[in-house]
Design a protein. Structure first.
Length: 187
């Protein structure tokens, strides 16, 4: 397994819509293993393939390091589709491995209903709430080229502008590998 450098704010791949996955070959299995390794190494709870330069509709989630989720089993979501959102919305602070050192409260539906495939391409439907629903919505956004900062109001965007510009220029201190300049991994 290996840790893959993560793409950060400003990189075009993060704005790309991921392609649907039609089969799980050896490379996809390797990618998923490496995504888990990369996420854990950076102390993340979720990671989408687009964040490591691959425009495939895959994200991974592991909440086992989060309080009250100690028994959580790592999950892989392939070709996920959120089918329904609760009317009730909640505000929770979010961060993103692609937007290092920036955290902000984001309002999103409290619970969701999601359809996805596992690594055997078996179909599942899951009702998720609270923190899991939050992480899933954040990762699903990545597969649509959306970042959590896109959800903020103009005031908040203004406040974060400087930090985001710095990330674009790689003027950041960070203890996990990032893609230094967007390279040719974007097809
Ligand atoms: Zn993210």
């Amino acid at each position: 397994m290996s840790v893959i450098p993560i793409n950060v704010y400003g990189d075009k791949i993060l704005r790309k819509k991921a392609q649907s996955v039609s089969n799980i070959d050896f490379l996809a299995v390797e990618l998923i293993k490496n995504m888990f390794e990369t996420m854990r190494h950076a102390n993340g709870v979720g990671l989408a393939a687009t964040q490591v330069g691959i425009d495939q509709s895959i994200f991974v989630v592991d909440l086992s390091q989060v309080e009250d989720y100690e028994k959580f089993k790592p999950m892989v979501f392939i070709n996920p589709k959120i089918l329904d959102f609760s009317d009730k919305k909640v505000s929770i602070e979010e961060g993103c491995l692609s937007i290092p050192n920036v955290r902000y409260e984001v309002q999103r539906p409290e619970s969701i209903y999601i359809n996805y495939f596992d690594t055997n391409l078996k179909e599942h439907t899951l009702e998720a709430d609270k923190f899991l629903a939050r992480v899933i919505q954040h990762e699903q956004d990545h597969l649509n080229g959306v970042l959590f900062t896109d959800h903020l109001d103009e005031d908040a965007k203004k406040k974060l502008k400087k930090s985001l510009e710095k990330i674009k220029k790689r003027e950041i201190e960070i203890d996990y590998p990032i893609v230094q300049k967007e390279n040719l991994r974007l097809k």
